[in-house]
Design a protein around this ligand. Structure first.
Ligand code: NAD
Length: 486
């Protein structure tokens, strides 16, 4: 066990679960090998964590926002000195390659804390001009105990986001990382706990049903923030509806990339690959997995794309020369393979590269998959409509701009989109008509703190990642009106 046994953080203490049971965390790059283990937290542990957060809230909310911001900046600085360790643990438990994914994520984590620390004093209210004899103003107040639940694909970045937004705004937090990738989150929590008063941040580990659901349903949790799949998002929303608590949902996607004829060039190809997140095995909510290519460049663009993909190195996530690591676990691996099989059976589809991985050889030791591209796909096929969350791209030709926009919008998701053209007028016209929360033109990078982020349609509810997102999602507005003639 490279990382070993880690405990949960409740009320500033590192504790085992009350059941005394532990969950093993597998290394996806070496099937069957265990990286570490964490407590199997259950309802009683969640209750302890929420009680500790409720108690800490009374004093944490009194601390001036600028002071709370200082804590965040201190945490950001401390994380920066530990990025290599955080990146190594992330690579071990997620299979995400250290150079292309895990280290950039650890660096982003430090940035997230610094960003929210910097904007902490912007938690301001307004005055309302109701006449000379009235003073009416508003305050942004914290909500209380936040229940945060995050997935495994970008575990520390998403955990940092929930921690920084909740706590900077004056709330306290109980965070539940995914049982697939809790170890690096606990490392970040360790750094936070050295800076914060006890109970302000609590981290419980366990399965979704045993630990996540009791957290979502806990009567003292006054706000829910969830990042994960559409299916579980609905469950969390039902829990929120039971007691009418505010909720933010960051869910899945099946994001379109529209390539115009003038973008048939190496930079366009590199950008499309980046946007598809092939170097995170396609395991990204914003992955641009539906590629709409103009028919005039269809073959030449795909040829360049496939050549480029073949030059990427798949293998040990800890090797600095690796571009692409392993998928998270067997379940996900089998799910992605079944989508690939379905694509291969689909009449008219052409498998250009990738496919079902070999059952023997070095890559069969982990959940590795080659980047897979299907051409001549149709937008109504399941492989073009469902979130595969793996390295599978479908390429669909188009003739008229209208047709490309219509197909791009024919999805129940609406998280991200990518447009590739030098004609900025055309790019902006298209961007305005796309039904997605985030459209990138001529780039396919990850989100930067300060940009409000969230989905249209079934990709989610509410916005996070920015000052505005923190204000909207993690504070509640109170109006106060004073009659000056009394
Ligand atoms: P998931 O929905 O299965 O799990 C997410 C979290 O919810 C985990 O911590 C899990 O333990 C917990 N959970 C599971 N069942 C639960 C239940 N019944 N009650 C309470 N909690 C429960 O998602 P995943 O497989 O971990 O992650 C992949 C998904 O996350 C994809 O759909 C992806 O698009 C999405 N995602 C979205 C964003 C975004 O910002 N929009 C970012 C990253 C990932």
């Amino acid at each position: 066990m490279e990382v070993g046994r880690r405990l949960m953080l409740i009320n500033g203490q590192w504790v085992e679960g009350r059941s005394g049971e532990f969950l093993a965390v597998e290394n996806p790059a070496r099937k069957g090998s265990i990286v570490g283990e964490v407590p199997r937290g259950k309802e009683m542990d969640v209750d302890d964590a929420v009680s500790s957060a409720a108690k800490a809230f009374e004093s944490w909310r009194q601390i001036r926002p600028r002071e709370r911001g200082k804590f965040m900046i201190q945490i950001g600085e401390a994380i920066e000195t530990k990025t290599n360790e955080i990146a190594r643990i992330t690579a071990l438990e997620t299979g995400n390659a250290i150079r292309t994914q895990s280290r950039p994520e650890a660096m982003l984590t430090a940035d997230i804390f610094r960003y929210f620390g910097g904007v902490a004093s912007e938690i301001k209210g307004e005055t309302v001009p109701l006449g000379e004899n009235l003073l009416s103003y508003s305050r942004r107040e914290p909500i209380g105990v936040v229940g945060g639940i995050v997935p495994w694909n970008s575990p520390v970045g998403l955990a940092a986001l929930k921690i920084a937004m909740s706590i900077t705004a004056g709330n306290t937090l109980v965070l539940k990382p995914s049982s697939e990738a809790p170890l690096a989150v606990l490392e970040v929590a360790r750094i936070c706990s050295e800076c914060l008063p006890p109970g302000v941040l609590n981290v419980v580990t366990g399965t979704g049903l045993e630990c996540g659901l009791p957290l979502a349903r806990h009567p003292l949790v006054k706000k829910l923030t969830f990042t994960g799949s559409y299916e579980i998002g609905r469950t969390i929303m039902e829990a929120a509806a039971e007691r009418i608590v505010p909720i933010t949902l960051e869910l899945g996607g099946k994001s379109p990339q529209i390539v115009f004829p003038d973008a048939d060039e190496p930079q366009g190809v590199e950008g499309v690959l980046l946007a598809m997140r092939f170097t995170r095995q396609g395991q990204s909510c914003t992955a641009g997995s539906r590629l709409f290519l103009h028919e005039s460049i269809y073959d030449s663009f795909l040829e360049k794309l496939v050549n480029k993909l073949k030059s990427l190195k798949i293998g040990d996530p800890l090797d600095e020369s690796t571009d692409i690591g392993a998928l998270i676990n067997r379940t996900q691996f089998e799910k992605v393979c079944s989508f690939v099989e379905e694509g291969m059976r689909q009449k008219g589809a052409r498998l250009l590269t990738g496919g079902i991985p070999p059952k023997e050889g070095p890559l069969s030791q982990g959940y590795f998959m080659e980047p897979t591209v299907f051409s001549n796909a149709r937008n109504d096929w399941r492989i073009a409509q469902e979130e595969i969350f793996g390295p599978v791209l479908v390429a669909i030709p188009w003739k008229e701009e209208e047709e490309a926009i219509r197909m791009a919008n024919e999805s129940h998701y609406g998280l991200a989109a990518f447009i590739w053209t030098h004609d900025i007028g055309k790019a902006l016209r298209t961007a305005h008509r796309i039904e997605s929360g985030w459209v990138q033109i001529n780039q396919g990078v990850g989100i930067v703190p300060g940009q409000s982020y969230g989905g249209f349609k079934q990709s989610g509810l509410g916005r996070e990642y920015s000052l505005e997102g923190m204000l909207e999602s993690f504070t509640q507005r109170k109006s106060i009106t004073i009659n000056l003639q009394f």
